[in-house]
Design a protein. Structure first.
Length: 99
């Protein structure tokens, strides 16, 4: 999705924009979870649906192949899930020798 040949300054700016967007989305999801009015699984499904909608809009606007873009999007979701699960495991597992 992001171009590989970008200059370091461009990559830093894009990384900052990605972090800003990610933080805003996390905050919105956290508000929904704290409100308690929506089941967490429905929030996840809604986030996935919105990601697909945004991907489709981006593909159309940029003239990209939709299926290829959605495949890349799915891989981003898989990788983020794996990384987050590993981070959670590290937080939950007791430190060696303290078990």
């Amino acid at each position: 999705m992001a171009a590989a040949g970008e200059e370091p300054e461009q990559r830093e700016e894009l990384a900052a924009q990605l972090e800003t967007a990610t933080d805003a989305i996390r905050a919105a999801v956290l508000r929904l979870l704290q409100d308690g009015g929506t089941h967490p699984q429905l929030i996840v499904l809604a986030a996935a649906a919105v990601a697909g909608e945004l991907g489709a809009s981006m593909a159309l606007a940029d003239g990209q192949d939709l299926e290829a873009l959605l495949g890349e999007l799915a891989e981003v979701v898989r990788q983020a899930g794996r990384e987050h699960q590993e981070a959670l495991r590290i937080q939950v597992l007791p430190v060696a020798g303290n078990a």
